[in-house]
Design a protein around this ligand. Sequence first.
Ligand SMILES: [Cu+2]
Length: 107
Amino acid sequence: MQRLLILTTALTALAACSEHSAPSGVGGTTVAVEDNRFTPQQLPIASGSTVTWQWRGGSLHNVTFDDGPTSTTQEDGQFQRQFTAAGTYPYHCTIHGLAMSGSVVVQ
Ligand SMILES: [Cu+2]
């Protein structure tokens, strides 16, 4: 029973936290790396922004950009990349292929 209470408390804290990391207007710059998808799949950002990929699933994933930069393949952790030029930057996870893909759109 106590374990359920701790879990509920943790989930509530997590929900409150994710609300804070996605402010309205400016748009969040965090992408969740889940099993097996990126959320949001398409992320519009302003030039100069740094995007953080936050691993949330329990499986191995990576972030591999078509134009080069690649994260480590890991079960949890983070990966960051700054974007300074406008354009669309597609990426995917090489383990799960194009089924697990996304893009960053720099405006
Ligand atoms: Cu994957």
